[in-house]
Write a protein that binds this ligand. Structure first.
Ligand SMILES: Cc1cc2nc3c(=O)[nH]c(=O)nc-3n(C[C@H](O)[C@H](O)[C@H](O)COP(=O)(O)O)c2cc1C
Length: 214
């Protein structure tokens, strides 16, 4: 797969087959992601990979939190402000999903709550003392990880819903206090029969997002 093809064909996968990902594949993806650029090669990412029984315990813990309607407390907080153009694009997301997948409203929430039934979730953390430049590096790392996963026949999704209950994650993954849980990335083999995976998100035209000056 060439690079442009990989970038253009990557899309968020929200339903996975119950098929485990073997350790060599996981190592190869993490090795590739570690080649991401970072400020002065600081490599701020510290990852905790949940699989097997560990991930099942996280899923159960999340189930209990949802059942008692515990307030979500992601350590990278929900955004509070958006530009008008960003709001407009977000408002288009759900109608576009309905166009591609039918009305999957309930399933969308249920799959998010079930951690997409993924066999692997990579939690990307960084030290709390670091600046937003390190968060920038984590973004690059996340995209590299997803592209490497694609090359290996896997799909994935970055999701804030994976990080809603840090108390569960810290308990099950032993994440130390000095680290902030920035994002979770679910990985696995896409369930092609689930229509939620039919969604192809839109992009604004270059004329809206790029200014090329001579
Ligand atoms: C930081 C971040 C957080 C996200 N959180 C969620 C989430 O909690 N649930 C979800 O279903 N999708 C989530 N997404 C996926 C976005 O909705 C998706 O990337 C966007 O709609 C573009 O679609 P594509 O990834 O298929 O190109 C998140 C994406 C990013 C980058």
């Amino acid at each position: 797969m060439d690079v442009i093809e990989a970038i253009e064909s990557r899309r968020s996968v929200r339903a996975f087959l119950p098929k485990p990902v073997d350790r060599d594949t996981l190592d190869a993806i993490l090795e590739a992601a570690s080649r991401s650029p970072s400020w002065a090669n600081s490599q701020p990412w510290e990852v905790f990979v949940a699989t097997g029984g560990t991930l099942e315990r996280i899923r159960e813990g999340y189930g209990e939190m949802y059942a008692k309607k515990a307030p979500a407390a992601p350590e990278t907080p929900f955004p509070t402000a958006w530009t008008e153009s960003a709001k407009k694009r977000q408002q288009q997301l759900y109608p576009d999903m309905v166009r591609d997948c039918g009305d999957i409203g309930e399933q969308f929430g249920a799959l998010n709550q079930a951690l997409f039934n993924a066999p692997v979730v990579v939690y990307v953390c960084m030290d709390k003392m670091l600046s937003e430049w390190s968060l920038y590096d984590i973004g690059a790392y996340s995209q590299s990880l997803l592209l490497a996963a694609l090359e290996k026949g896997l799909g994935g999704i970055q999701a804030i819903t994976l990080t809603l209950y840090p108390n569960v994650l810290r308990r099950e993954l032993g994440i130390p206090d000095n680290l902030k849980i920035t994002i979770g990335i679910a990985l696995g083999y896409p369930d092609r029969d689930n229509r939620i995976n039919n969604f192809v998100s839109a992009r604004s035209p270059l004329s809206e997002t790029a200014r090329i000056l001579g």
